[in-house]
Design a binder for this molecule. Structure first.
Ligand SMILES: [Zn+2]
Length: 134
């Protein structure tokens, strides 16, 4: 499995190559368009080159849109929380990695029971909501 960052880098480098190729094509078309102008003026060939350039400019705009969407792509990762309820504290306690039948309430040290299987939250990785503050 490849990381999302790697996949994004891959797509991005592909887009950059495509953009460079299309820009070169536009330049070549412009040169041909200008060299043809002396023979045909602004007639048929000029317009055909203009259309070909226009198509490539639209293509570049679409590539730009993909590039932008890459930066805003939200990656959600599942995070499981096992809940325990303490009747003395009337407090719900969540733990993340293990799920024994009972745990000691971290507030009053009473033995408390697991409450349901688990709660799964989809969280945005590396978002400001999941930032670890110390
Ligand atoms: Zn308690």
């Amino acid at each position: 499995m490849k990381t999302i960052t790697k996949i994004k880098e891959h797509i991005l480098s592909f887009i950059i190559k495509e953009e460079a190729k299309v820009n070169t094509e536009i330049e070549e078309l412009r040169n041909k368009q200008h060299s043809n102008m002396s023979d045909y003026g602004l007639g048929g060939p000029y317009q055909r080159y203009e259309k070909a350039i226009e198509r490539r400019k639209n293509h570049l705009a679409e590539l730009e849109a993909i590039r932008k969407s890459l930066h805003s792509a939200v990656v959600l990762v599942p995070m499981r929380f096992y809940g325990y309820y303490c009747p003395s504290c009337t407090e719900k306690i969540y733990i993340q990695s293990r799920n024994p039948e009972t745990i000691e309430c971290p507030l009053c040290t009473r033995r408390i029971y697991r409450d349901g299987a688990y709660t799964e939250w989809m969280i945005q990785n590396n978002s400001r909501f999941t930032k670890l503050n110390r």
